[in-house]
Design a protein around this ligand. Structure first.
Ligand SMILES: *Cc1c(COP(=O)(O)O)cnc(C)c1O
Length: 421
């Protein structure tokens, strides 16, 4: 099946006479015929559901679908994108370990990695994604166990050279984890470029209607956990009678361990209802991404042609410094997110924002409605102009998440905003 077909047909498959749409299994608990079967389940000797904090049939169908879309051997849904990042790292590292991370990543992930993980004794070493391989190599330590980056960074929209990062990670015998939230598997499948683990905030394009917060971790099944650096995978787990993950689950060792150890203990598993909503979003993901890209391309060109706009940041544009990386990693388009700088700073940006009628002022991105955010008066409002500059945020910067409305209506609205200046 091609990816557009997989969006609809992977995951839940109805048998003769069964409901065609994916059912919501709203049950915390499962019934068994024998104590022997329950014993086998607890020994992880047979597959099956034990309790909906660890797995659930509805969530399981969504996991199968997303694994198929990314080309992985398995997936694990989580209650948010943040818990997907947390569990993806914690499944590999422990106190005393470090990992390398591209500095251009989502602000929430920076807080998690630089502040909260530090309290757990895990060090995040940030590197410039544009640095040479030799330069990045210098940041590796003996205790470095993973490399992390975003395909298309939120909000800087920098395109990551995934193959370069995969080469560096694999030379050091550690896995590459890629946050593929903005690109989605429709625009880029990082596993095809060497990523070992892919994560998403399903809250964004996968959901698309802004109705649920969720995340997912996908395992490529390709990383060799038996290379001596990852004893947690190759030595007996006391909490499962001495089970060894790489022996019992082979290429699915990583994703199985994340579920039966960390999701069991931390409990960040989504509800069946939320998985149902995610699945509805996934069914239309390919169609929506195509429209988001085509709309954003026209809008980026429109903004670039305006005298009132200082600069436009959208990797698809010919003028973008990363055009080559965009063509390699995002040949079908670079999503619906654009950022641009309005001449005249904060004051003009505010005038523009307040005159929009269609675009919604919201702290969200990547959904079917067109959304705008002015970082200088919202997420970064405590900073003065000097501090904004230091943070790389121009006072006139507007983040625009182009929706799937008719593009002429969106351009009409943007014209209204620019006219107010
Ligand atoms: C939103 C986002 C996250 C965090 O996801 P939540 O679902 O909000 O927890 C992580 N990575 C990226 C790239 C995001 O845009």
């Amino acid at each position: 099946m091609k990816i557009e077909t997989k969006c609809i047909h992977e995951g839940y498959k109805a048998e003769n006479g069964e409901p065609m749409a994916m059912p919501i299994y709203q049950s915390t608990t499962y019934k068994y015929d024998s104590t022997e079967h329950v014993g086998d389940l607890f020994d992880l000797a047979v597959p099956g559901h034990i309790y909906s904090r660890i797995s659930n049939p509805t969530v399981g169908f969504v996991e199968e679908k997303i694994a198929a879309l990314e080309g992985g051997v398995g997936a694990l849904c989580t209650s948010s994108g943040q818990s997907a990042s947390l569990i993806a790292i914690m499944n590999i590292l422990e106190a005393g370990d470090s990992f390398i991370c591209a500095s251009t990543i989502y602000g929430g992930t920076i807080n998690l990695f630089a502040v909260t993980l530090k309290k757990f004794g895990i060090e995040c070493i940030f590197v410039d994604a544009d640095a040479s391989e030799d330069e990045i190599q210098k940041s590796f330590k003996d205790n470095t166990k993973a490399v992390f980056g975003e395909t298309l960074a939120n909000p800087s929209l920098e395109v990551l050279d995934i193959e370069k990062f995969a080469r560096i990670a694999h030379k050091n015998e550690v896995p590459l984890i890629i946050d593929n939230t903005f690109a989605t598997p429709i625009l880029c499948r990082p596993i095809e470029f060497g990523a070992d683990i892919v994560i998403h905030s399903t809250t964004k394009y996968m959901d698309g209607q802004a109705v649920q917060v969720g995340g997912v971790i996908v395992d490529s099944g390709k990383f060799d956990w038996t290379n001596g650096k990852f004893p947690e995978f190759t030595e007996p787990d006391e909490s499962y009678h001495g089970l060894v993950y790489t022996e019992a689950f082979k290429e699915a060792a990583y994703i199985t361990k994340a579920r039966v150890q960390l999701i069991r203990d931390l409990g960040a598993y989504p509800s069946a209802q939320d998985a149902f909503l995610t699945n509805i979003g996934l069914e239309t993901l390919a169609v929506r991404m195509e429209r988001h890209c085509r709309n954003a391309e026209k809008i980026a060109e429109f903004l670039e042609s305006s005298d009132l706009v200082e600069s436009v940041n959208y990797p698809w544009l010919e003028s973008h410094p990363q055009k080559e990386l965009q063509e390699k990693y995002l040949p079908k388009g670079s999503s619906g997110v654009i950022s641009f700088v309005i001449k005249g700073g904060k004051e003009n940006a505010a005038k523009f924002m307040d005159s929009l009628e269609l675009a919604i002022n919201a702290v969200h991105v990547a959904c079917s409605r067109t959304l705008v955010l002015h970082p200088a008066t919202a997420t970064h409002r405590q900073l003065n102009d000097e501090q904004l500059k230091a943070a790389g945020i121009s006072p006139g910067l507007v983040r625009l998440s182009v929706g799937i409305e008719n593009v002429d209506d969106i351009i009409e609205d943007l014209k209204r905003g620019l006219k107010a200046i």
